[in-house]
Design a protein around this ligand. Structure first.
Ligand code: F6R
Ligand code: MN
Length: 185
């Protein structure tokens, strides 16, 4: 008999910027992000001088089959590499029919999206609900130098990840420090 998935819930822990319970945790340090920042020499130097965590992902695992939904919380630390703000690697979904929703919880971020030569940017504040249509590559950036950027994501369990494509077709826009704010270059 097919195993029945039990209903479940978790609570967003405001102090830890994480779910109270989660089934998987991943962190990405600067050492995991070779080649992602424009100034690779500076990234390497920062790796050697402490290798800070860039972002953390707290995920709920469900069967990876059509009909189920994955969800997670991402927390991007404040910081930058030679002026380029800390960000996620970014990816396309392997299954290009799969969309995604991001919900801003804390801090200030940008959602960078692209499809072919088209780019779109949505500023993410607490309460922003952003829709990433199927087929668009997506990356998030923390544009605060002082506080973490935290957001919730939900997406179809059969989406898969294509990180290589985001390297082959790099995100065209970069968010860089501009005084106490940011600008896109
Ligand atoms: C899932 C999704 C997010 C990201 C997360 C980390 O489809 O888009 O949950 O996986 O924000 O970013 P990446 O996966 O680009 O390292
Ligand atoms: Mn995604």
């Amino acid at each position: 008999m097919e195993k029945v998935l039990q209903p479940f819930f978790t609570i967003f822990d405001e102090n830890r910027n994480a779910f109270t319970r989660y089934s998987s945790y991943e962190e990405r340090k600067l050492s995991d992000m070779k080649g992602y920042f424009a100034n690779e020499a500076r990234r390497q130097q920062m790796e050697e001088q402490g290798n800070p965590i860039v972002y953390r992902v707290y995920k709920q695992d469900v069967p990876l089959k059509e009909g189920e939904l994955l969800h997670c919380i991402t927390m991007i630390e404040p910081g930058h590499v030679d002026g380029e703000f800390f960000m996620t690697k970014g990816h396309y979904h392997l299954n290009e029919d799969c969309a995604e929703i991001y919900y801003g919880q804390k801090g200030k971020g940008l959602l960078l999206m692209q499809k072919g030569d088209r780019t779109e940017t949505i500023e993410m504040n607490p309460g922003t609900v952003a829709y990433i249509p199927a087929g668009w590559g997506h990356r998030t950036v923390n544009v605060s130098q002082h506080e973490p950027f935290v957001f919730f994501s939900v997406w179809p369990a059969q989406s898969g990840y294509n990180y290589q494509r985001a390297l082959d077709e790099p995100f065209q826009k970069k968010a860089v420090v501009d005084g106490d704010s940011y600008k896109l270059v």
